[in-house]
Each structure stands twice: as C-alpha cells, then as structure tokens.
Design a binder for this molecule. Structure first.
Ligand SMILES: C[S@@+](CC[C@H](N)C(=O)[O-])C[C@H]1O[C@@H](n2cnc3c(N)ncnc32)[C@H](O)[C@@H]1O
Length: 211
C-alpha cells in the first residue's frame, strides 16, 4: 500500500472514532505485560513499541516504572491521542516516532533495542516487500539477547481489520521470518473480544535473539 494512503487511512481512523470503540482497543494490556514480565528486563531497558497507536500498554509500562520507552506509529493523530491520556513521570525518557515500519527513515537510527513489541501491526503488511522491510528493520535494531513480542491475527483468524486485508500468522511462520538467530520462548493463541463483542483470534509469541 502507498505510504500516503496508509497514513491517511490510520489518521482518519483515529480522528473519526473514539479510542474505546476501536476494534483493537484494550482496557488493559495484560497478555503483553505478562510476556514482558517473562523477559525480566531492567527498568531502564529500551522498549520499542511498533505501531503502538493509542494503546493503553504505554501507561501500563509507566506504572511498572519502565523509564526508557519509544512509541512509534505511522499516524501522528494516533500518537497525539496517546499523549493526551498519559501522565509521564519526570525521570522517564519517552520518545514518539512517527515513521513507517515498512519504509523507515527515522527508525533506521535506532539501535540496541531490548524489547520490540508489536500487537496487531505486522499483519497489515501483506506484500513480500513490506514484510521484508519490516523484518530487516527489526533485525537491525534489536540487540543480541534482546526480546521480540509479536501478537498477530492467527491462521484461524479474521482476514481483514479496519477495512484492510491482513496476512495471518502462526508461530512457525514468525520463526521462519525471524530466522535461526531468534529462539521462540513462548507462543499461545488468544481470543480477543472487540468492544463490539466480536471475537478476534490472535497468536502471541515471545522470541529472544541469541547472543
Ligand atoms: C490495529 S492497530 C493496533 C494498535 C496498537 N498496537 C494496539 O495494540 O492497540 C494498528 C496500528 O498500526 C499502525 N500502523 C499501520 N501501518 C503502519 C506502518 N507502516 N508503520 C507504523 N505504524 C503503522 C496504525 O496506525 C495503528 O495504530
């Protein structure tokens, strides 16, 4: 999908809908937080949130006293919505990066990421080129022994989200994409219930990059 079209799609989505009615809205981000807990990261670890939108996860990470967080999205509207709802302690280094994960510019400057976290973003990248660019970026910025959480619609799951086609995954496909430098630590399926009451089938995975 063209970058401008994609950006407009997401800006309009966040402009026109209350956050709590979005099909991916979570009151709390328990599933992701549980996986982050498994990583046992120091509080100043660099946490990168890919396509974070206005997720409640960021406030949850602040409550857990993490102090070094990067929040990315292609939509500046999403990130300003997120900002409105955050209370940011003074000692926290929280950076907002508007950039396209499939055609990155600013994101290429990142390095030494301790945790790459993606919920419901990668599955929108349906072309080989977009997927390759995404995984190349991930591999360029995640440090050795760093962690990767990918939570995407699973192979039993919906074929569309937000009116866009999605590419469905299971843990084997994600492992193939990451390659043998990454070890799968955990994988489980989870049925997320949308605010509308409809179920959406996800696969949650936690990988660690080898030393
Ligand atoms: C379904 S929402 C999920 C948002 C968030 N991860 C969550 O769990 O609440 C998908 C998000 O990916 C963002 N996004 C879509 N394409 C992107 C891209 N190429 N680069 C960065 N973000 C993108 C959208 O703006 C949107 O916020």
């Amino acid at each position: 999908m063209e970058q401008e079209t994609r950006k407009n799609h997401w800006d309009n989505t966040y402009q026109k809908n209350p956050l709590t009615s979005l099909g991916w809205y979570e009151e709390n981000s328990e599933k992701t937080l549980n996986l982050i807990e498994v990583c046992n990261l120091p509080k100043d670890a660099l946490l990168f949130n890919a396509g974070a939108g206005a997720t409640t996860l960021i406030q949850d990470l602040l409550k857990k006293n993490f102090t070094n967080i990067i929040v990315n999205d292609i939509s500046s509207v999403a990130l300003s919505e997120l900002r409105k709802n955050l209370s940011i302690p003074k000692n926290v280094n929280l950076n907002f990066l508007v950039d396209d994960l499939t055609n990155p510019t600013e994101l290429l400057k990142l390095k030494n990421v301790d945790l790459w976290n993606d919920r419901a973003v990668l599955h929108f990248f349906t072309s080989e080129e977009e997927q390759t660019n995404y995984f190349n970026l991930l591999k360029a910025v995640v440090k050795n022994e760093g962690y990767v959480i990918l939570a995407e619609f699973n192979t039993e799951g919906a074929k569309k989200c937000s009116g866009l086609d999605v590419f469905n995954y299971n843990e084997i496909m994600l492992q193939e994409r990451l390659g043998e430098d990454f070890k799968l630590l955990k994988a489980f399926n989870h049925t997320y219930i949308q605010p509308s009451g409809n179920p959406r089938e996800f696969v949650y995975t936690l990988f660690q990059r080898k030393a």
